[in-house]
Design a protein around this ligand. Structure first.
Ligand code: GRF
Length: 206
């Protein structure tokens, strides 16, 4: 599949937590939007705020517990993605690593948001890593997902300052604010063909 499509794209958002990025994506791509709509929210946690938000806003929501069997989880998810005819997957605070087989199957069609300026500070606690490193700027990155952890091609980054007296919570809030702008922007770039996957290689154009 290559973007742009000749119809509105169908987005799935995968979220494990409160779902503030989900909210920004639903706001940017509501039902009936000509470019895209969020048509499925999936969580590995039944109690995730993201699921309640989806239900309250009329977006189909599904919990698929991860358990200890990633293959089973990914088979169930693949079935759901097919049933909902999903074009693009947006990971938004989804706290599980997907298998190389899964990321290859959806290559160029999975995005993630990460709270640092990658390649700096990949993995968990990116804001804490930034404070420990003593940097004076950090930010957020939206990138394509490949088989690595936070290693895929970068689509959009937005910087924020880091202040000497910052707490992890204050820095996280400042970065989150930028995530909410960066994610819809990145989705638009992908869906309009400005950032795309070609012949198995991910390429980003200006
Ligand atoms: C965000 O900081 C995101 O960058 C990280 O997890 C957090 C999710 O927040 N991957 P929310 O659930 O979207 O509010």
């Amino acid at each position: 599949m290559t973007f742009p499509l000749e119809r509105p794209a169908r987005l799935a958002v995968f979220a494990s937590g409160r779902g503030s990025n989900l909210r920004s994506l639903v706001t940017a791509f509501p039902s009936g939007d000509p470019l895209a709509s969020v048509v499925l929210v999936l969580s590995n946690k039944r109690t995730a705020g993201a699921l309640s938000f989806a239900e309250a806003n009329g977006v189909p929501a599904r919990a698929v517990p991860f358990g200890s069997d990633r293959d089973r989880f990914e088979r169930e998810v693949t079935t759901l993605l097919g049933a909902f005819k999903i074009d693009l997957i947006c990971l938004a605070g989804f706290m599980r690593v997907l298998s190389p087989a899964f990321t290859a199957r959806y290559a160029g069609r999975i995005l993630n948001v990460h709270p640092s300026l990658l390649p700096a500070f990949p993995g968990l606690h990116a804001q804490r890593q930034a404070l420990s490193a003593g940097v004076d700027a950090s930010g957020c990155t939206v990138h394509f997902v490949d088989a690595g952890v936070d290693t895929g091609a970068v689509i959009v980054q937005r910087p924020v300052p880091v202040f000497p007296d910052d707490t992890e919570a204050a820095l996280a809030a400042r970065i989150l604010n930028e995530e909410h702008r960066a994610y819809p922007d990145a989705v638009r770039r992908v869906l309009t063909g400005r950032a795309q996957a070609r012949a198995g290689t991910l390429e980003v154009s200006a």
